[in-house]
Design a binder for this molecule. Sequence first.
Ligand code: HEM
Length: 191
Amino acid sequence: MSKQIIDPIPYYPSYVKPNPKLTLEQYQLIQTSWNLIKEGRCQPFKVQEVISNPVGFWGLLLYETLFEMDPKLKPLFQNKLRQVEMLTEIVDSALGLLPSMLDQTLGQEQTGLDPEMIPMLLDLAERHVSYQVKAEHYGTVGMAVITALKRSLGNSFDEPTKAAWVEFWSLICSVMIPAHVKKAQEMGVEI
Ligand code: HEM
């Protein structure tokens, strides 16, 4: 007997709009803000001397922010190396997002994810079901990413930049959450 297909939309974070799209300007805002973090050009990094790698520093800030928002997520993360991979993947995916658009589509206003990225994100979402990740965690992690960016960049993280990151996270959710819901249903685990 085939199972009824579950609609993934109710599992989207409340801040995700139904059809997220990034403009070229938003893509550039994401890139510029990430470069400030990556190159260590933000105040919280500059005022400390303990950690020399700016991305590693931001990663710690992200996890601190995430666990402040939801301490129950802490036990899910057991492997430090994987956490670092996860962090860089999130941001790398942002930067590798729209290569074809940047190359050739100057006239095109809005776009989605690079189609080549979609299978990678679908696999990733399926693997995350085995890490005990639930659909509702996508909302928390997205907010933690945005809050950690704000904490690092202060006034440089203005409203248009924030809106660009929210849109980016919404695109990720619109691909990963449906795959998550389907896999959790197949595995018979809580969605
Ligand atoms: C853009 C979204 C995300 C990306 C790109 C991402 C990326 C990754 C990567 C690359 C890994 C390493 C293992 C693997 O490749 O399968 C990983 C592990 C993990 N991720 Fe994510 N992740 C995302 C969202 C989330 C969310 C929403 C949660 C919810 C809490 C989460 C929790 C975890 C956990 C618990 C692990 C395993 C860590 C461990 O074994 O210690 N991830 N993630």
